[in-house]
Design a protein around this ligand. Structure first.
Ligand SMILES: [Fe+2]
Length: 390
């Protein structure tokens, strides 16, 4: 609904320019030129550097005479020192612009390096909301997966290696100037990675949709993302070269990013993070495991929206009670997870049941994510959700 009284205003964050389409990686150099050119620091991970994903981008830069160097030291769930080190390379190399290419970790590292290029200190100094004083280096982000949505958000997530916890920086100065989304870059993803990243996008859309911080803007993007992912993720997993499916998944992940970048996340991410930090599981997979269980718990908090979600995912809830209609959303998600061969039981991943108390402790460190969750939850609720998910 649109605010017609003095409730909190509906705020929307987005990059200045989004370019989406097959083959757009070849145009990245032109986008760099439009931002004033100068030497670019490409920020990526070693796997991507080897997989030739950078080639169309590097060829483009070379063809119009834009110098660049490559920092391919990004690790999954990047430790803060990866960002600090990248910023040192940026300065030592005389760079002017940051060009992040890859999955969420590379894009988040690129955001952090861009911030540190214009602000003193280390990335840990800017943890939290709106603590970055000013804009850093111009920033272009090019995702190679269809999931994170990082290319369009003001959030960067990294690991604080001192405490082995995830930390976040929220800043308008982490928003890219330009996001270039080329579905061709995602064609090489194996089915499992396609599923994990695609489900991450679904979790972003679902968590934002039912969030207490949802806005008219985030609802609009979240609904479309949920509908597209339910329709196209199985096809993208079944046939990696299906460009129609890849393009729709790229679009959906970006729409989900636009949604959660303004509307926020919730308890799925909070309960998933400890699986990532304790067992180094892929972020999307950890979200997938918790998704149906947290949804089941959350249903009473937002039955109308869960029912609408079920309809967007193809469920017919006519004649059902409001709670039964909402429950259809959980069934739709389970069917989708089965279709893309993702188990949503913790026990299937070799994690001993005796580790659950440690997971509870880890999730409680993310209690900030419980605030916008549509149902209040305390430590005992968290324990019960993990039990059910086991
Ligand atoms: Fe996520």
């Amino acid at each position: 609904m649109i605010p017609t009284d003095r409730t909190p205003p509906h705020v929307f964050f987005s990059p200045c320019k989004i370019v989406l389409g097959i083959g757009t990686a070849e145009r990245v150099a032109d986008e760099v030129r439009q931002l004033g050119g100068g030497k670019a620091l490409i920020v990526t991970d070693p796997g991507l550097a080897e997989a030739n994903i950078l080639k169309p981008i590097e060829d483009g830069l070379t063809s119009i005479g834009i110098p660049y160097s490559v920092y391919d030291g990004v690790k999954p769930e990047p430790p803060s020192e990866v960002i600090d080190h990248g910023a040192a390379l940026f300065r030592a190399g005389g760079c002017r612009l940051v060009l992040g290419v890859g999955g969420g970790s590379s894009l988040d590292a690129a955001k952090g390096i861009s911030i540190l290029a214009g602000n003193k200190g280390k990335i840990l100094d800017y943890m939290g909301v709106d603590r970055v004083p000013q804009r850093g280096a111009p920033l272009v982000l090019v995702p190679s997966t269809a999931g994170t949505g990082s290319e369009v958000t003001r959030v960067l997530v990294f690991t604080d290696e001192r405490e082995n916890v995830k930390n976040v920086v929220f800043s308008r100065f982490a928003i890219a100037d330009t996001a270039v989304i080329d579905p061709l870059l995602s064609v090489g993803m194996p089915p499992q990675l396609t599923a994990d990243t695609g489900v991450d996008a679904l979790v972003h859309a679902i968590e934002t949709y039912v969030s207490m911080n949802a806005t008219v803007f985030s609802d609009f993007y979240a609904e479309k993302a949920i509908e597209l992912i339910a329709r196209w993720l199985p096809a993208a997993c079944a046939k990696g070269t299906n460009l129609e499916a890849r393009t729709h998944m790229s679009l959906a992940a970006t729409l989900a990013g636009l949604a959660f970048g303004s509307g926020g996340l919730g308890a799925v991410h909070a309960l998933a993070y400890p699986l990532g930090t304790e067992y180094h599981m892929a972020h999307g997979r950890t979200n997938a495991i918790l998704l149906p269980h947290v949804m089941r718990f959350n249903l009473p908090g937002s039955p109308g929206k869960y029912a609408r979600m079920a309809a967007l995912m193809g469920k017919d809830a006519k004649g059902l009670s409001p709670m039964a209609a909402a429950g259809q959303a959980v069934e739709a998600v389970k069917e989708l997870l089965r279709a893309v061969r993702v188990s949503f039981q913790i026990g299937d991943y070799g994690i001993p049941r005796g580790d659950l108390p440690r997971l509870v402790q880890g999730a409680m460190k993310q209690a900030r994510l419980f605030v916008p969750n549509p149902r209040d939850l305390g430590e005992e609720d968290v324990r019960l959700i993990y039990e059910e998910a086991y």
